[in-house]
Design a protein around this ligand. Structure first.
Ligand SMILES: NC(=O)c1ccc[n+]([C@@H]2O[C@H](COP(=O)([O-])OP(=O)(O)OC[C@H]3O[C@@H](n4cnc5c(N)ncnc54)[C@H](O)[C@@H]3O)[C@@H](O)[C@H]2O)c1
Length: 264
């Protein structure tokens, strides 16, 4: 039986993990490869991209690890050119880069505010800007943007720049979906809930007593009694990136164990 992403080329931005275990980007890059995609795994940290590529190679997949800072236009132009030189096309653009910077508007410096917008929104703007002409020339493409349920809900932690940038990611996704709907290009966003990933534990660590406290309290806040994991994001991404979702565009899909249905 054909795999779900057979013969597709996927560009995954933020494809590494900042620590041991599975982050959303790393799991998604591996899941794309398991479904037959050839993957360009991009990360700020080359060693992290290489680790993901090593996992894919070990399973017999094809992966090209690249170092880039997605907030820099020259880096993004370079990685798109490199992807085209490697495989000649880009079918899937997966924007996973994102980071929560703590604080409300009073506590947060203007510099951190600007950084929140750049990391969570600016990189996605640049990658989309460079990849859309490629997809348009192909007459096909699927964009998967990783947002957050923090874009539509207060989750008990102040990270005003992150929540604002992710809300913009949602509207950015829907605007692209409609602007390009007649050109064979789909754009959807995934809104992860509370996921147990190395980045989440690192970026939110200071708001909990220790890691055990973080895990226990985040588990307790979830309707299912447990956080999700990176594979929940990965398999939702595979579906949205695949032709199974050919009539799905502009969707903001919570992957949150029901958290956004909750009133208290
Ligand atoms: N984990 C959660 O609970 C959760 C919840 C909601 C949303 N999300 C979203 O999921 C995505 C990431 O998930 P994760 O927490 O599993 O992290 P992750 O493990 O996927 O790590 C992200 C990777 O992005 C890389 N990166 C950071 N800045 C970069 C840059 N400028 N250029 C290139 N690469 C860069 C990091 O080095 C890291 O390897 C983010 O968009 C995040 O906002 C996560």
């Amino acid at each position: 039986m054909a795999r779900r992403l057979q013969d597709k080329v996927a560009l995954v931005l933020g494809a590494g993990s900042i620590g041991p275990g599975w982050g959303n980007g790393k799991a998604t890059a591996v899941a794309y490869a398991r479904e037959g995609a050839r993957v360009v795994a991009v990360d700020l940290d080359l060693a992290a991209a290489q680790e993901t590529a090593g996992l894919i190679h070990a399973e017999g997949g094809l992966c090209e690890p690249l170092q880039a800072d997605v907030t820099r236009d020259a880096d993004v132009a370079r990685l798109v050119a490199h992807s085209l030189a490697w495989q000649g096309r880009i079918d899937i653009l997966h924007n996973n880069v994102g980071m929560a910077y703590l604080g409300g508007p009073v506590e947060m410096s203007e510099q951190t505010w600007n950084q929140s917008l750049q990391v969570n929104l600016g990189g996605l703007f640049l990658s989309t800007k460079h990849v859309l002409p490629v997809m348009e020339a192909q007459g096909a493409g699927a964009i998967v943007n990783v947002s957050s349920i923090a874009s539509i809900r207060w989750l008990g932690t102040a990270y005003i720049g992150y929540a604002s940038a992710k809300a913009a990611v949602n509207q950015f996704t829907q605007a692209i979906a409609l602007q390009y709907a007649r050109r064979g290009i789909r754009a959807n966003a995934i809104l992860p809930g509370m996921m147990n990933t190395p980045t989440a534990r690192a970026s939110l660590g200071s708001t909990f007593a220790d890691e055990a406290d973080l895990v226990a309290r985040r588990n307790a806040a979830c309707p299912t009694g447990a956080m999700g994991d990176a594979w929940d994001i990965a398999w939702a991404s595979v579906f949205l990136a695949s032709d199974e979702a050919k009539y799905i565009t502009g969707v903001l899909l919570p992957v949150d164990g029901g958290m956004t249905c909750k009133a208290v």
